[in-house]
Design a protein around this ligand. Structure first.
Ligand SMILES: Cc1cc2nc3c(=O)[nH]c(=O)nc-3n(C[C@H](O)[C@H](O)[C@H](O)COP(=O)(O)O)c2cc1C
Length: 265
């Protein structure tokens, strides 16, 4: 395709996007905006066209307030007018299998397929991609209709409480969450480091020179006044890698994976 025929507007939109953590006071999301975002999510690629996800559409202030606490105390969640939780969902297929008789003795005898099995990590691998791709389609559509978004990774924390809050059944995991609303201010694009990102043809583990280039790029982008090289990497190590929230995420994800298989959460 000729460059002149490219949809440059789409590329510019993706380039300009950055996460929104402050929303304009009192500005509601319109029904047209909601429909455009949810429609785009539903048009995302999905493994086998199976739509192995559900979207919980959250507008109630009470629920947003509770999520703000459960997702590592992030008050901006309570100040967002809208949130979407993208649930990796195999429960709906188990229910469909049951509904059309896949677990009935007659079907088992006729097909020779053994009785019910729980979804495993194979299903999780593709269903999780379904959910996240739908979320990202929602992000781009939101930008296109003037809404800002921010992912909330901490939605996987506090499995037991989030399950109760959102009534999540077995064979589901709330993997991804977005908060959405009209941005309060112009958002400068966040720098995204690209050293050691794209690897021609095969994986290439970084050598010392590449690592030094990565460290230098990150310091230049995020720690312009760093006195020692590596401040950005040290910051990630102390604030993320060794954090309490990451420990809780790890604990809670073990619980969610048990729930995925159908074991008691
Ligand atoms: C999986 C995921 C989880 C995230 N979780 C949070 C979060 O809990 N809180 C937050 O403020 N930002 C969160 N973010 C936003 C990132 O911090 C943000 O995307 C990153 O800093 C890059 O900035 P940009 O989105 O403006 O380009 C998350 C982003 C992703 C992709």
């Amino acid at each position: 395709m000729e460059r002149t025929a490219w949809n440059q507007g789409t590329l510019d939109l993706i380039d300009r996007r950055s996460s929104t953590r402050r929303f304009a006071d009192g500005v509601e999301v319109t029904d047209e905006q909601r429909d455009a975002v949810l429609r785009a999510a539903s048009r995302a690629p999905t493994a086998g066209a199976m739509m192995m996800y559900s979207i919980i559409d959250i507008r109630a202030q009470k629920t947003l307030d509770r999520l703000a606490v459960l997702c590592d105390d992030q008050p901006m969640i309570a100040r967002a007018p809208w949130a979407l939780v993208f649930v990796v969902d195999y429960c709906k297929w188990i229910d469909l299998f049951e509904r059309v008789g896949c677990f009935e003795a007659a079907f088992i005898e006729r097909t020779g397929i053994a009785a019910r099995r729980a979804p495993g990590l194979g299903e999780f691998a593709i269903a999780a991609q379904d959910a996240v791709i739908a979320a990202q389609s929602a992000v781009i559509a939101a930008e296109a209709v003037g809404l800002g978004t921010c992912y909330i990774g901490d939605i996987v924390e506090n499995a037991e409480k989030v399950r109760d809050l959102l009534d999540l059944p077995p064979h589901t995991v709330p993997l991804s969450m977005l908060i959405l609303g009209e941005p309060a201010k112009e958002r400068p694009a966040t720098p995204h480091p690209v050293e050691n990102l794209v690897m021609p043809e095969r994986y290439r583990r970084a050598d010392a020179a590449t690592l030094d280039a990565q460290v230098a790029e990150m310091d230049a982008l995020f720690r312009a006044h760093a006195s020692e090289p590596g401040e950005r990497v040290l910051d990630i190590y102390t604030r993320k890698h060794t954090s309490d929230f990451m420990a809780e995420m790890g604990r809670s994800m073990e619980r969610w994976l048990a729930n995925w298989r159908g074991d008691r959460l």
